[in-house]
Design a protein around this ligand. Structure first.
Ligand SMILES: [Zn+2]
Length: 502
């Protein structure tokens, strides 16, 4: 825990109970890793404690650090690389299993890059659902130590899947050429061994260093045997850990659920294996029915929406207004760099508000405040950290100061609406995680950025070479995947989530 105190003086403070449009000015005192007290103009001012640092907050907006509740760091270096690819084609080019073992320097660089980008955009907590390749302690330790170095809060899960084939595999022709069959299939894994590996890490790394937290992740119910899903449900109950998994991200996943589950519902299957609980948050839920949304609300299971990646990968728009009306708890994520190209929740918040607005000709009641809530308190709930996501005494000091002199805020009308609709991330001035200033004046305090760029340039040579080889290997599978994808788009599955109607 950092020593000393920090006083943020005279910022507008967006906090529970305050007017979200014109939050009043207050002083916020931080002691160690927590917010100690908040005083407004009506209270006597704080005396600056001896040795305390004072941060000038005049002309600034203080908000809780943003929570990106869905992210994968493994392909952070693959930004700006893909476009116009349906999900399964993209997966073949971006999933870590296809690239194979990476150097220690690359593991470190990619972990740092995503975290640095997130911090600079005011994200203080990320949920990194990480597929370890190879799945061993050395790989895990390199990643966690990079996180500890950069100073972001991370809720880390080791993504498990024992059924390796692509989601679209059941809809491919049976007579695939062997090289294509090998790419879209693969050998199943032993669920008991994978669960034992995860539990061994929970025990070995207990307690985790500050700012690191555990979660559990089956990659997706349709990619997991019943034994694996039940094993994760059991670990979650026994260790009180949150669970994150991909559900109904694509139309192929919907079609597969209709085919493989007795009643065709992935959500009911999750209930059967013990995963439809308040500890679980599902990523995406694009292709979900109203009945299934009601089941989520009833169970207290949350959804983390990733509007940017859903659009980029041609999956469409999740029924977020229906989820909101049903009372499903919502969080927001940036998803991975290979499919959303950046770590920026301002984009996700704006997309959330715009997609809600564009879903109905009449008022929906889904407002900017709801987007802010999903990116802060909603995210905190998803990652099961009740002491982040709000500016209040006793909470962790995970905070962001935004520059109200930036033109995005001129003239000032509403903190909540301008956060969602005007701010791009450019105004992020100061970021505090666990009471420690990790970004000051827009510069990271924990990483030398010039040295980092040199590290990055070094690892990119090998990655470029290996990625070119992967693309060449994947090429023969592309026409087969596109044909299956096109056929699926013509099958009536009772819903249509792409923009512009069926
Ligand atoms: Zn994901």
């Amino acid at each position: 825990m950092p020593d000393g105190a920090l006083l943020i003086r005279g910022a507008r403070v967006l906090r529970p109970g305050a007017d979200p449009h014109r939050p009043p000015v207050a002083d916020v005192l931080i002691a160690g890793d927590r917010i100690a007290a908040i005083r407004t103009a009506h209270d006597p001012p704080f005396d600056l404690p001896v040795g305390a640092e004072m941060i000038e907050g005049a002309g600034r907006l203080l908000i809780p650090g943003l929570v990106s509740a869905h992210y994968h760091s493994y392909d952070a270096l693959l930004k700006g690389r893909f476009e116009d690819m349906p999900f399964d084609v993209w997966a073949l080019h971006s999933q870590p299993a296809y690239l194979g073992r990476r150097s220690k320097a690359e593991l470190r660089a990619r972990t740092l890059l995503g975290a640095m980008e997130a911090l600079k955009a005011g994200i203080t907590t990320i949920q990194d659902m990480n597929s370890l390749v190879p799945q061993d302690e050395e790989t895990l330790d390199i990643i966690l130590s990079a996180y500890a170095e950069v100073g972001i809060r991370v809720v880390f899960s080791i993504a498990l899947r024992d059924l390796p084939d692509l989601d679209i595999a059941p809809f491919l022709p049976p007579d695939l050429p062997p090289d294509v069959a090998a790419l879209v299939g693969g050998a199943p894994r032993d669920p008991a061994a994978d669960l034992a590996f995860v539990e061994a890490q929970l025990k070995r790394l207990a307690p985790l260093p500050p700012r690191l937290h555990w979660a559990l992740s089956p990659s997706g119910p349709q990619r997991s045997s019943r034994a694996l899903l039940e094993g994760i449900a059991e670990l979650s109950a026994r260790y009180h850990l949150p669970v994150f998994t991909h559900v109904y991200e694509t139309r192929a996943q919907l079609a597969k659920a209709r085919r493989i589950y007795p009643d065709g519902s992935m959500i009911r299957h999750m209930a059967e294996v013990g995963l439809l609980t308040p500890r679980t948050t599902i990523a995406h839920a694009v292709h979900i029915t109203d009945d299934e949304i009601a089941l989520l609300a009833q169970a207290g299971t949350g959804v983390v929406l990733n509007p940017v990646s859903n659009l980029k990968l041609k999956n469409g728009v999740a029924p977020l207004v229906a989820m909101k009306r049903a009372g499903v708890r919502l969080a927001l994520g940036c998803d991975n760099n290979s499919c959303s190209d950046c770590q920026n929740l301002f984009q996700a918040m704006k997309m959330f508000a715009l997609l809600a607005s564009g879903a109905d000709a009449n008022p929906t009641g889904v407002l900017a405040c709801d987007a802010v809530e999903a990116a802060t308190a909603g995210g905190a709930q998803a990652v099961a950290l009740p002491d982040i996501g709000a500016v209040a005494p006793g909470m962790k000091a995970d905070l962001v100061l935004l520059d109200l002199d930036d033109l995005a805020w001129q003239p000032f009308a509403s903190a909540a609406r301008q956060l969602v609709h005007c701010e791009t991330g450019r105004g992020v001035q100061t970021v505090i995680v666990d009471g420690r200033v990790v970004l000051r004046g827009g510069r990271l305090t924990t990483v030398n950025e010039a040295a980092f760029r040199a590290e990055l340039a070094e690892v990119m040579e090998e990655l470029e070479r290996d990625h070119a080889a992967l693309s060449a290997r994947a090429a023969p599978a592309i026409p087969v995947l596109l044909e299956a994808n096109e056929k699926l788009s013509r099958v009536d599955l009772g819903m249509w989530r792409l923009v512009g109607g069926a």
